[in-house]
Design a protein around this ligand. Structure first.
Ligand code: ATP
Ligand code: MG
Length: 252
């Protein structure tokens, strides 16, 4: 069963094509790590898939719904979750007010409340009295993570989830994502942290200049060679020569 199906996706900002015919699939219950250099189109892809912005051409299918935005927006959005890279939400809410607002939207189910308490504890979120505008980047990120993880959405979209998290929280998150995937949830994660991709991803997609350049498991992408994911990534994105040249120039 597929959680996501993306075909020839095109998205332009003005006359700049940020996504230029992106095609990939993600199975249910899979952790999919989406990699690519800065400006490759990862955040644009995740924004299109979560209905934050709309695509210009191509098809997206989410949990069986074809091109659901804006028509089926609410139907889809209640089944997915999104933790953006810039965690900017309701600056004048305290953390407690924000969580209680999300609980209200979903009708305050008891199991969600219980999961929330567990997650607050696991991620050391002990600052719910602070206003969101006064929280650090990592503090906001953890608050939003709790608000999304407590819903156990069928697809969880994460844009650079590890950046800004302390060591313990990053470790907890990795374990939590694995548990969610094992229970049938799908994780779509943009990341530059290859270690997390290597450790927990079932499938990897690589995008460069708005085009997919590879998709597969790490083993498939390695094609039997004994390379690190870092070297493989640099090779696939054609940056390996550049790194060698720079290393020579900088004598490093
Ligand atoms: N709102 C916008 N208006 C104009 N151009 C944009 C906008 N958002 C993104 N872009 C451009 O689209 C391209 C893809 O950006 P995107 O944010 O999707 O990259 P990314 O892969 O997430 O990069 P990073 O790893 O740095 O987060 C970049 O060239 C960027 O400048
Ligand atoms: Mg990005």
């Amino acid at each position: 069963m597929l959680a996501l199906k993306v075909r020839n996706l095109v998205k332009s900002y003005g006359n700049f094509r940020a996504l230029d015919g992106v095609t990939f699939e993600v199975k249910r219950g899979e952790i999919f790590a989406f990699l690519g250099p800065n400006g490759a189109g990862k955040t644009t892809t995740v924004k299109v898939l979560t209905g934050v912005i709309y695509h210009d051409e191509g098809e997206i299918e989410i949990l069986g719904y074809r091109n659901p935005y804006p028509k089926l927006e609410v139907k889809v959005k209640r089944r997915i979750g999104f933790v953006p890279d810039e965690p900017e939400v309701y600056p004048y809410f305290t953390g407690a007010e924000f969580l209680s607002f999300i609980l209200d939207i979903f009708g305050k189910p008891q199991d969600m409340k219980e999961r929330m308490e567990e997650l607050l504890d696991a991620f050391n979120v002990d600052y719910l009295g602070k206003m969101i505008k006064d929280m650090s980047h990592g503090m906001k990120q953890k608050l939003i993570l709790v608000s999304v993880l407590m819903r156990e959405p069928e697809i969880l979209f994460l844009d650079e989830p590890i950046v800004g998290l302390d060591v313990k929280s990053a470790k907890i998150l990795k374990m939590y994502l694995r548990k969610l995937a094992d229970s049938g949830r799908t994780i779509f994660m943009n990341t530059h942290v290859l270690e997390i991709a290597e450790k927990i991803a079932d499938e990897i997609g690589i995008i460069d200049n708005g085009k997919m350049i590879a998709q597969g498991s790490i083993e498939n992408l390695r094609k039997g060679e004994d390379t690190s994911l870092e070297d493989l990534f640099l090779k696939l994105t054609g940056q390996d020569e550049d790194v060698r040249r720079l290393a020579k120039e900088l004598e490093i």
